[in-house]
Design a binder for this molecule. Sequence first.
Ligand code: NAD
Length: 238
Amino acid sequence: MELTGYNVVITGGSGGIGSALVSGLIASGASVHNLDIQDALKPDATFHKTDLTSEASVKETLSTIEKIDALIVCAGVQLVGQDSKIGEVALETWQKTVDINMTGAFLSVKHAIPGLIKSGRGSVILIGSPTGMTMEGAGYTAYGASKAGMMGLSRIIAVDYKEQGVRSNVVVPGTMSTPLIQKIWDDPEKGPDLIRRTPLGRMGKPSDLVGLVNWLVSDQSSFATGAFYAVDGGMTAR
Ligand SMILES: NC(=O)c1ccc[n+]([C@@H]2O[C@H](COP(=O)([O-])OP(=O)(O)OC[C@H]3O[C@@H](n4cnc5c(N)ncnc54)[C@H](O)[C@@H]3O)[C@@H](O)[C@H]2O)c1
């Protein structure tokens, strides 16, 4: 996929999935801006330290980027050990999760919209989760609900901005080995259980998402909008 000339903004580009997406985009020739609260291990994108829960921070960063061909919303948290069944979830856990996963998506797209419209081919790509669309969310009330919310945003954006040439899609990764789920993975019961619930019987690699994300960034996906694309070893097909 040739992405020379594409200006791509990614949130959470310093994380496990985000850093693989940054590498894949740069390898295809795109210019990449990484908005994250933590520095990247590989400084191959232009880094903008940004707190996605702060409208002032998001607005300040995105106002410096004039043309945005694609926005990838990849930042997220899953508060393993705190998030649970609804009767046991503290309000702080709910709020922190929703602030980053859902309000962070809202603020990122809101302030990227002028740049996406300016490009004339803006593509929004939200990194969702099986927990936002299936029973995989059981036991993770705040995380699953926040993912359902940010995934729902995608269809609304797709319809509301179709005339301005902005598309919006969701990529749904299955279980991937990243810091996000390290605590689940380390649990002697929960780790193997995740694999049992994945028809392909293994976890994925963040790089498994690169081909699909690069296609969604590019004009080759110009008829794709308002859709969910799973790369999950079959988890959502069960
Ligand atoms: N790893 C998986 O198995 C998996 C599966 C399905 C979906 N996802 C989704 O993929 C996305 C990336 O997850 P990951 O596994 O790479 O996690 P990760 O923890 O490795 O990376 C998350 C990134 O988000 C950043 N971030 C968190 N809060 C922020 C804030 N307030 N402002 C700016 N940046 C902030 C972190 O600094 C980090 O770089 C998330 O949206 C997650 O829900 C992951």
